[in-house]
Ligand binder design. Structure first.
Ligand code: DX5
Ligand code: ZN
Length: 219
């Protein structure tokens, strides 16, 4: 499987969203990662449904929507209607995770599960075959630009083993603090999708930066 890059629009210039989305369209990015924060599940508020719709209006790449919100089931349809192609809910916010995944799939989207740094991958054992993508947090969710948590490498390897042992086709996405230094090791450990916010948008030439990440070869 070739490596996929998902720049996080959270680090973009919100006053020029159309330009930023067009920049991503013309880059080698695979998805546009859209971070939704409600100020309850995480201690920060980002943006919601109308902004997701506005991004979709210009996007030529799939929207990878990461819901950092409580009771995500209430908003799945609204985000799907707003243009989400992949919807990830947090394990920690879903008492009936299997039902949430079925609901996402019934809407025609790919179903993702995001897990916080403290959440063990063993908890996904009985549901891994129903998950299209695991968004493994490599920072505590809530803010861009945080420091990468080193324990992630080991966690990726264990998740990869679980996926293989169950014969599942789940993709492993790494979210938080990704840069050109840690990316090779993440890919080596088994990552399929790398989210990168500040590393892409704060770089002098984001299109080049995306290309550099995309062309890392370790396997
Ligand atoms: C964190 C978000 C991440 C974040 C990544 O809560 O889920 O997607 O935007 O940003 P960087 O790459 O700057 O850590
Ligand atoms: Zn995210």
């Amino acid at each position: 499987m070739s490596l996929l890059i998902a720049p996080s629009i959270l680090a973009a210039d919100f006053a020029n969203l159309q330009t930023e989305v067009e920049m991503l369209n013309s880059s080698s990015a695979d998805y546009i990662h859209v971070d939704i924060m409600d100020g309850v599940f995480v201690p920060n508020i980002s943006f919601g449904i109308p902004v997701t719709q506005a991004i979709k209006k210009h996007a030529e790449k799939p929207l990878d929507v990461h819901l950092m919100i409580v009771e995500p089931d209430r908003y799945l349809e609204a985000f799907r209607d707003a243009g989400a192609d992949i919807i990830s809910v947090h394990y920690e916010a879903c008492p009936h995770l299997h039902r949430s995944l079925q609901a996402i799939k019934a809407l025609g989207a790919k179903a993702g599960v995001a897990i916080n740094p403290h959440t063990s991958i063993d908890l996904l054992k009985d549901v891994i075959q129903d998950i299209d993508l695991v968004c493994m947090m490599s920072v505590n969710p809530g803010f861009g630009g945080q420091k990468f948590i080193e324990n992630t490498y080991d966690k990726i390897a264990r998740l990869k083993d679980l996926i293989l042992s169950k014969g599942a086709s789940t993709k492993i996405e790494i979210d938080g603090g990704v840069n050109i230094q840690n990316a090779p090791k993440l890919i080596e450990a088994g990552a399929d999708v790398l989210v990168a916010g500040s590393f892409v948008f704060n770089s002098p030439q984001p299109i080049e930066t995306i290309k550099e990440l995309k062309s890392i070869k370790t396997r």
